[in-house]
Design a protein around this ligand. Structure first.
Ligand code: TRP
Ligand code: ZN
Length: 884
């Protein structure tokens, strides 16, 4: 077909004449509608002629009718914003293709065909960062979930697996490095300063795992010998100036590869493993087969520019993407409703890995903190959905804390109930059974049942029901036994008004108050609305420790005496349960203050009890500084706002700050002593050094709340002496929240020092945007006009605006100015990058949780967004659900 017949031609194109009209109602995808695709695509050959603003793609598909599917008159290939320049079938130009919306229908009469399609793209105009796009002069792809259809027409669904051969051609000067999935097979020089490379991926994969990269990149190289003796070349590709900051990522990769062999028996399966870091990326990273693509944030680090948490996050994300090679790639998902099959499982795998690499206790406490501050609010709001959703309009909106983090908790519960050995056998069986297939969550659960003999039929409700179960526990001593009654309710969520009781595994233990001794741990598993268990009683008074290790993602409600919490906060040998007791004590006090339930005397008594406990924690020689810092971290404002009927963010903020100031005042001497001890500790990357850094920045926040002047002096001293970003950022965070002369000085110093490092400048934006400063909204408005700000870079957008959504004085300002700022952002960002824009909507979508004044202001902003003409499917879906 010649270009004169390009469908964009004005004089009426026959292919477009009867194109399906745009659907009037938004299209909704339903899990129950799954049907296998009509065709198999055993081979896919792609030829890219790459350039920044005009890339040509020729795709050659080998098609065979799928014997397991209903026969179709032709083939419908997905597209998104593409026009076919030429189509041929079995080498003969095809003229009777037609567009159905964005998709391409090609009539096919036989049972096997070769189809060739030419398309042309402009990567430099691709601001959505889905499909093929330009970033920092290089070209890269992001295909999950539905980006491949922005590159070429294809059955862009995860159950169509194909073997890919990819030929890349480009200017050698501009794009000296050409990468694709799999193994390299050939490369060479072409006329006119051009060159080419051919890659072949022997493992059949769905299109969402496809990737190419072209650019002027350098590599940190290493080697890995797998457990069966296969040699793998490892490479991390970055811009030349960033090379020195890739050592930690490479070490993390090798640790992850070894760990997956040792713990899950999973081995790598290609000759090469490539990682590329790009600075414009919608999410954290992507597990494309043999060619992982990463946000630079999760690759680049050295002590001067990255914090200890950055280092940990890099290790976890590198591992996460690597682990997908089995949980996601070798066994993939049948459809996007099964997303948690790969994501929940892979998050659990990366959590177990991180626990083995560092402090398992602290890791678990932090996982629960994230779950409670991000996933619980999601599960109690208008966007609540089961880990395996039943419907969606835009799948990008379902890459959520529910699918990822609650998904991981659900699989962890299986592991807890059947034990780690049976769990490992279940994983082996799942990988064996479904290798090379597109599987379902049901397949995973069945493998676990078959390997363990357990009956998980009722447990499957965790995949289907949304909402965080509320579990009430009470304990009664009758004669020689201790009766523990566990009752549960699961709250209604959108589309699920009535719930059934879930299977809830709770690890418990009983302590004797007198002796401090504890009885054996037991796992109580209930699947009823109410059940009573009997436990052997201790000598003397019983103190019950529940949900040890957080064995179930539930909210535990129990009437527990303050003295029991104080006992557990000092004596519980389960680190999670111990930290939980501290948190419960603090939450109980703060909620009491916020709700005005406490008279002056009992408020003072509560504060004193907490201060005494914190004093004991500060001097407890049995725990390390990392755990100490964990125990002394006050519950976050989001979590607190979930604990009250309708939250007033200012009251919550004030109560929390007042407690901080009180603790900083009465514990001044102890805290100053600990701060000095930590400040004198050696630098380094072992646990004591990391713990010391974490603790000394935490203590600064108490100091600043108690005595702002002295706190600022301490912070400024820490800033100036800092040799690590951990110390420098911790100090700057405190200064940024104070009205103090060193504030501006420090911010200016930080900017000039790091002006050439975008990841650190992101921190500079974020520190100011989430500061405790009363003028934070004005700061954010000014920063949005700063020459270093850009809507085109998601990291920068999140650094400024996502950080801002955590502020009581800013985002939740009583006059609605913070809500307006975020709604304006969504409206401006939506046409540029709808996926990133839609991620801001849930912050306003929580309106029902807030007092009527703020709720009305938030709603009004959602309504203003919904009236924006030409709103993307991503944002429209989120706003519609939030307003429902
Ligand atoms: N699968 C990726 C992960 O490891 C998630 C991801 C990366 C993604 N980029 C994306 C999802 C873009 C949607 C859109 O978790
Ligand atoms: Zn993932």
């Amino acid at each position: 077909m010649d270009l004169a017949r390009n469908p964009s031609e004005p004089d009426g194109n026959p292919h477009l004449a009867d194109a399906a009209p745009e659907p009037a109602r938004p299209q909704i995808f339903r899990r129950e509608d799954y049907r296998p695709f009509g065709w198999l695509v055993p081979r896919t050959q792609l030829h890219f002629d790459l350039s920044l603003d005009g890339t040509r793609v020729r795709s050659q598909l080998t098609l065979e009718r799928n014997p397991d599917a209903a026969a179709e008159p032709g083939i419908l290939l997905n597209g998104d914003g593409l026009t076919p320049l030429a189509v041929s079938v079995d080498g003969v130009p095809c003229r009777d293709w037609r567009m159905e919306g964005d998709d391409l229908r090609i009539p096919l009469v036989g049972d096997a065909h070769e189809v060739t399609i030419d398309t042309r793209l402009d990567p430099s105009a691709n601001t959505q960062l889905m499909g093929l796009y330009a970033s920092n002069g290089m070209l890269c792809t992001q295909c999950e979930a539905e980006g491949f259809r922005r590159i070429t027409f294809f059955p862009d669904r995860p159950d169509v697996l194909s073997t890919y051969t990819v030929r890349l051609e480009a200017s050698r000067g501009e794009f000296p490095v050409l990468l694709a999935n799999g193994n390299p097979v050939e490369k060479g020089t072409l006329d006119g300063g051009r060159h080419y490379a051919v890659w072949h991926d022997p493992w059949p994969k769905p299109s969402y795992l496809f990737a190419v990269v072209a650019g002027d990149l350098v590599a940190r190289r290493d080697r890995f010998t797998t457990m069966s003796g296969r040699e793998v070349d490892l490479a991390i590709w970055v811009r030349a100036p960033d090379l020195a900051r890739t050592a930690h990522a490479m070490d993390s990769l090798k640790r992850a590869m070894r760990w997956d062999e040792e713990v899950f028996g999973r081995e790598y399966d290609l000759d090469q493993f490539n990682i590329v870091a790009v600075s414009d990326f919608n999410m954290g990273a992507m597990e494309n087969k043999g060619l992982n693509i990463f946000n630079t944030k999760y690759v680049l680090a050295d002590a001067e520019t990255a914090t200890d948490s950055d280092f940990d996050a890099i290790e976890a994300v590198i591992a996460h993407e690597y682990f997908h090679n089995w949980s996601g790639n070798r066994v993939t998902c049948r459809d996007w409703f099964q997303l948690s099959l790969k994501e929940g499982f892979t998050v659990l795998r990366d959590q177990l890995f991180s626990a083995d690499m560092g402090s398992a206790a602290v890791k678990r406490i932090e996982e629960v903190r994230v779950l409670r501050s991000v996933q619980f609010p999601e599960d109690s709001g208008p966007l609540a959905h089961p880990i395996r959703p039943d419907t969606y309009r835009e799948i990008s909106n379902f890459y959520t804390a529910t699918v990822y983090n609650k998904g991981a908790e659900v699989i962890r519960m299986v592991r807890t109930m059947i034990g780690p050995d049976a769990f490992r056998r279940g994983c082996d069986l799942y990988f064996d059974r479904h290798d090379g297939e597109a599987a379902t969550c049901e397949d995973f659960v069945r493998a676990m049942e078959d390997a363990s003999g357990a009956d998980l039929s009722r447990f499957r409700l965790w995949y289907a029901q949304a909402g965080t179960p509320r579990v009430t526990i009470s304990c009664r001593r009758t004669g020689g036994t201790l009766a523990v009654t566990v009752a549960q309710t699961v709250p209604p969520t959108p589309g699920q008004p009535v719930k059934q009781p879930m299977v809830v595994p709770l690890r418990v233990a009983v302590f004797s108050r007198e002796s401090g001794r504890r009885g054996a741990e037991e796992l109580l598993v209930t699947d009823r609305a109410e059940a009573t268990f009997t436990l052997p009683p201790p000598e003397g008074d019983a103190v019950l420790s529940v949900n040890r290790g957080f064995t179930a993602p539930v909210i535990v409600q129990r009437a527990v005496a303050q003295e029991d919490l104080l006992f557990l906060a000092r004596h519980d040998d389960d680190p999670f349960a111990r930290s939980e007791a501290v948190q419960e004590l603090v939450v109980g006090h703060l909620v009491g203050v916020v709700e005005g339930r406490l008279d002056t005397r009992s408020a003072a008594a509560g504060r004193d009890a907490i201060a005494q406990l914190f004093g004991a924690i500060l001097s407890d020689a049995r725990i390390d500084d990392l755990m100490r810092a964990e125990l002394l971290t006050l519950p976050g404002e989001t979590y607190l706002s979930e604990q009250v009927e309708r939250a007033d963010p200012q009251r919550i903020f004030d109560a929390r700050e007042a407690l901080k100031a009180h603790l900083g005042t009465v514990l001044w001497t102890a805290m100053a002593g600990t701060h000095a001890r930590c400040a004198a500790a050696a630098d380094g990357f072992d646990a004591p050094a990391k713990g010391g850094r974490r603790l000394r920045s935490l203590l600064l926040t108490f100091a600043a709340a108690a005595r702002p002047g002295e706190g600022a002096d301490l912070a400024w001293a820490q800033y100036q002496a800092a040799t690590t970003m951990t110390d420098r950022q911790g100090a700057l965070m405190v200064l940024a929240g104070l009205r103090h002369p060193t504030r501006t000085h420090a911010l200016l110093d930080f900017y000039t020092r790091f002006r050439d490092n975008p990841l650190v400048i992101d921190k500079w934006f974020a520190i100011q945007a989430m500061s405790l400063h009363p003028e934070v909204t004005h700061h954010v408005e000014a920063l949005a006009a700063h020459p270093a700000f850009s809507l085109a870079n998601p990291n920068r957008v999140r650094a400024l605006f996502m950080s801002f959504t955590t502020t009581a004085a800013g985002f939740h300002a009583a006059d609605g100015s913070g809500y307006r700022l975020i709604a304006d952002l969504v409206r401006r960002l939506d046409p540029v990058n709808p996926q990133t824009a839609a991620r801001f909507v849930p912050q306003l979508g929580r309106w029902r949780r807030f007092e009527p004044g703020r709720a009305a202001l938030m709603r009004a902003e959602l309504e203003r967004i919904v009236r924006t003409p030409g709103l993307s499917r991503d944002t429209a879906e989120q706003v519609d659900r939030a307003l429902d």
